[in-house]
Design a protein around this ligand. Sequence first.
Ligand code: FAD
Length: 385
Amino acid sequence: MKLKDKQIAIIGGGPGGLTLAKLLQLQGAAVKVYERDINKYARVQGSPLDLHDESGLAALRKAGLMDAFKANFMPGADKSMIMDPAATVFFSDHEHKQEENFGDPHFRPEIDRGALRKILLESLAPDTVVWNSRFASMEQQDVGWLITLGDGSKVYADLVIAADGANSKLRPYLTDIKPFYSGIIMLEGVIYNATTTAPRISALLKGGKIMAFGKEQNLLLGQKAHDEIGFYASFKADADWINNNGPDYGNRASLLAWFKEKYSDWAPIWNELFEVTELPVIPRPIYCMPLDQSWPAKANLTMLGDAAHVMPPFAGEGVNMAMLDALELSECLASPHTTLQESIEAYETKMCQRAAAAAKESLDNGEMMHAADALDNMLAFFGSP
Ligand SMILES: Cc1cc2nc3c(=O)[nH]c(=O)nc-3n(C[C@H](O)[C@H](O)[C@H](O)COP(=O)(O)OP(=O)(O)OC[C@H]3O[C@@H](n4cnc5c(N)ncnc54)[C@H](O)[C@@H]3O)c2cc1C
């Protein structure tokens, strides 16, 4: 086995890195995950994730974690409504969508990011994840790398996998290619105890998702675990908007004034989002990796997930691609017919092509969802009259 007696370091304990750690441990490999979060209780930001049968769920099946997934997903959270700025419902699948339909490729169950991390963590051998370990730099040593962590300590690994997300510090060791700005900014908010703090929005949401479309701007809401609601105000803006034209993200009065002006033709019910959201809200400029990227493969370093191919979230593919990367990389590394370098090259070639197709779909969806006629576009997309 190629990985016998090799020490593997995965940098980043997101869904991609942890899935890979689990799949490699099933092969008997020696794996450590270095994660900058202080411990396993660190709050995982972001909306729930819908896992797709052929990618995210396929990786969990291979990892033997489907029972754990079924015990932790959020039935009904994938039910969607499409609305206009007046909160008029134009499409809803609440009435006929089944809450559990595993095996149907169109069933995309939602899971809270924290719950997914917990499932993966609990499946790993004890002490696999080294918490509070921020990757700082690395230098070549022997056949592998000497990694320096944020506290100055050093660890050696024969094979390093960059799973450290969109702002990867390891990516430059493989390529200079950088992501481009998509022209869209999403302001992310979260509401705790939503049933009592945001009763009108909570009743509107009905435990599922809302996509409300105006002209070149929208609101995307989703039920999270523990009676939380996550939401995004998503709109087109110049790249420097965050620093020059945005509101004060930690100041409620400033945020509300900005929202009422920016979304001036939207019904008052949406104000509740900014009246009660936790502060600060987080501005997320949406980036995408070039679709034609490639780099010379190395025998001791590769990457997966957002580090390799960050893309806009408008096709719900990001986490699914990250987990499928983990599945395919683990399979390539297990092949008895190739060297380590050949395995990594085969993985990267396929991964770049697959991710480019998903990124193209995500960019196209982003344009459609932020067009002047976004509501009509989305109703046609969802097959509504
Ligand atoms: C606004 C928004 C909404 C999204 N919505 C969806 C969606 O609905 N569906 C979907 O599929 N995807 C969505 N995504 C994308 C999705 O979050 C990512 O594609 C997915 O999390 C990628 O997984 P990953 O494991 O590659 O990286 P990440 O989840 O980013 O994990 C990276 C890990 O590395 C750690 N790390 C970072 N730097 C270091 C360092 N220097 N040292 C050590 N550790 C480090 C981080 O703490 C983190 O734990 C969204 C993204 C955004 C921005």
